[in-house]
Ligand binder design. Structure first.
Ligand code: ADP
Length: 265
């Protein structure tokens, strides 16, 4: 709490009293602190690949370029780090657009069956590489829904790619059901490593990861879940995550999916 005292003067008499203003600044300070933390995180996340790129370029300059084995390997590292930076900046731009509410949702009629099959198809290569199947289950009669298809595509991509990253084998289940009139729930469940209880509360925070090194190795930016949450929030839905260490993780989001509040009927 910030307290400001202002004395009240009366001519000839002098100070006759004081006005005390009590201002609750905790919220403001919290916001400031989280903004500072965010900037520090972004700087760190960008600095890491830049430092790697710098040292590998120097090594190339110092002779590795002529080495038939080291040369291509070092160039590969530089390429990977550059791609990571592009992913990071793309994610940051997406988040900042969502934050500023610059891009209104483009609500449209979506064929849910077709959409979920398409999403799963995009992962078929990774599925083959690992011993993982994707199973889609859609409630009987549920087919046409209304939301911003591109954005929900992104949510599903983020959730399924997490499920893929943190699972070695098993089945990723995608389920869709009606939960109330005009409301839809979609969940992505995996049989992967799970998340420790103590991390669950903060898992949707920007850059929060259970294991930073592991997430980086997997190509993660630490922003996937935060982006998913912002998109779902923008639709007026909710997102939650349940997980058990060593057993698996289930992320469920809800969306108003009827045409009545849809902008693009
Ligand atoms: P990242 O790019 O690191 O995957 P996310 O925001 O998507 O960032 O996820 C944040 C963290 O949550 C991850 O680093 C990981 O530790 C954990 N996580 C997310 N999804 C899963 C999952 N399906 N199984 C296990 N851990 C997960």
């Amino acid at each position: 709490i910030r307290v400001t005292f202002t004395p009240i003067h009366r001519r000839e008499i002098g100070i006759i009293g004081t006005i005390a203003v009590l201002q609750d600044v905790t919220e403001q300070e919290k916001l400031e602190a989280s903004r500072r933390e965010f900037v520090a995180n972004v700087s760190h996340e960008l600095r890491t690949p830049l430092t790697t790129i710098k040292s590998y370029t120097e090594a190339l300059e110092d002779g590795a370029l002529q080495d038939p084995e080291l040369g291509p390997r070092f160039v590969g590292v530089i390429q990977n780090e550059t791609e990571r930076m592009i992913r990071l900046v793309t994610d940051l731009l997406h988040l900042s657009r969502l934050d500023s509410k610059e891009s209104p949702l483009r609500i449209q009629r979506v064929d849910l069956i077709e959409m979920l099959e398409e999403v799963a198809d995009r992962f078929s290569f990774q599925m083959q590489e690992k011993e993982i199947q994707i199973a889609i289950r859609i409630e009987n009669g549920l087919r046409h829904v209304w939301f911003d298809r591109d954005q929900i595509d992104q949510v599903l991509d983020n959730l399924i790619s997490n499920a893929m990253k943190y699972t070695t084998e098993g089945t990723i289940r995608i389920q869709a059901a009606t939960i109330a009139e005009g409301y839809l729930s979609i969940s992505v469940e995996d049989t992967g490593v799970g998340i420790p209880k103590m991390d669950l509360e903060r898992i949707f925070e920007r850059f929060y990861r259970v294991d930073k090194a592991r997430s980086r190795n997997m190509g993660g930016t630490g922003l996937g879940l935060s982006i998913a949450r912002e998109i779902v929030k923008a639709h007026g839905g909710t997102i939650s995550l349940e997980s058990e260490l060593g057993k698996g993780t289930k992320v469920t989001f809800t969306l108003p999916a009827g045409p009545e509040r849809g902008a693009g009927q």
